[in-house]
Design a protein around this ligand. Structure first.
Ligand code: EPU
Length: 309
């Protein structure tokens, strides 16, 4: 460090390993393409799955001490990792402590790593309505909280009673959802803290009602969204027109850069039609933004998070 050069990855790995119990999963040069739904992007220098809040706090404290950057990874469904990969640490809350869903008194106590699909299926089993819209969002509870993810007219914080989160120094807090400001596709508090979990609330209903709602949401999604690998909607909807409709009207469906292609099914999806690279996806994003600006004066803002080198 004295020479000003960053410590080698091997050294960082050894150092972090020596601080953590064996229960923490710790990998070096972990390819992230297979951990994202778009299936592009490079590797993470270090990849960590802590088994508990204590282990997560230890990782965060080490990162702060050593000035090693970190990013959180959920299911990687709203993420575009650049081809050069990620310097520093990628943390994923995939171990059982974080992926649990426990139901008591019409409330679902979920870890940040729980899959939304799982949450909606568990709610259905308990005959709770209100969470059906989560069925088709290919994310985790943590990602959905941070993004205030939405579908079918609902968004995540509609069903959240309280959240638990950790600051970057490793301190954990609980907070009522009513005291957490949220916006369309954003929860600013969780842009600067890490979601650990949430208590979600459903309402009792007949099993057929819940089943019917889930079925109709699923059907609507399959009719309007592509099945090919993608990162969901690429752009936020600008106030004036849905981004998908705009891109459709601009005649951009089917436009390609390499293997990255604007979906024929839905204009706001870019699909990986084979072996797309992050560079190709980013170029295609620029093609779309440029045309929307030139022809409609609309500034499209990406909804997917773009990270890495
Ligand atoms: N439309 C077109 N052409 C297209 C796509 C859409 O004309 O190629 C029209 C549709 O016919 C409809 C309107 O645009 O009249 C809106 O389309 P849609 O109902 O598909 O909703 P959206 O606004 O494009 C939003 C969310 C989706 C979510 C759906 C379903 C955003 C950016 N997107 O899409 O979320 O699944 O509603 O509720 O808010 C995501 O966040 O990744 C995502 C996919």
């Amino acid at each position: 460090m004295e020479s000003g050069n960053p410590p080698a990855r091997e050294q960082l790995l050894a150092e972090l390993k020596s601080r953590l119990p064996d229960t923490t999963v710790l990998l070096r040069d972990e390819p992230l393409a297979r951990r994202t739904t778009l299936r592009v992007g490079g590797a993470a220098d270090l990849y960590v799955e802590p088994a508990s809040e204590t282990e997560l706090a230890q990782v965060l404290q080490w990162c702060a001490q050593r000035r090693v950057p970190f990013v959180m990874l959920g299911r990687g469904s709203n993420l575009l990792v650049r081809d050069g990969g990620i310097r520093g640490v990628v943390i994923c809350l995939a171990q059982p402590h974080f992926s649990r869903v426990e139901i008591t008194a019409q409330r679902l106590h979920c870890g940040a790593g729980a899959k939304l699909k799982q949450v909606s299926v568990d709610a259905k089993r308990e005959r709770l309505t209100g969470l059906e819209f989560l069925e088709g969002i290919p994310g985790t509870v943590g990602g959905a909280l941070r993004m205030n993810a939405g579908a079918m007219g609902g968004w995540m914080f509609d069903v959240v009673e309280s959240i638990r989160y950790m600051d970057y120094s490793g301190n954990a807090y609980d907070r009522d959802a009513a005291d957490v400001p949220v916006e369309y596709r954003s929860c600013p508090l969780l842009k600067e803290n890490i979601a650990l979990g949430a208590v979600l609330k459903g309402h009792p209903a007949a099993r057929e009602v819940v089943e019917q709602r889930m079925k109709s949401f699923s059907q609507k999604r399959w009719e309007s969204q592509p099945a090919a690998p993608s990162a969901g909607c690429i752009f936020k909807n600008p106030g004036t027109i849905p981004a998908g409709k705009l891109i459709d009207e601009l005649g951009l469906k089917g436009t390609r850069v390499g293997d990255a292609m604007v979906s024929q099914e839905h204009g706001n999806f870019i699909i990986n039609s084979g072996h797309a690279t992050a560079r190709e996806v980013l170029e295609l994003i620029e093609v779309i933004r440029k045309k929307a600006r030139a022809e409609r004066g609309i500034e499209l803002e990406t909804e997917v998070e773009i990270i890495g080198e």
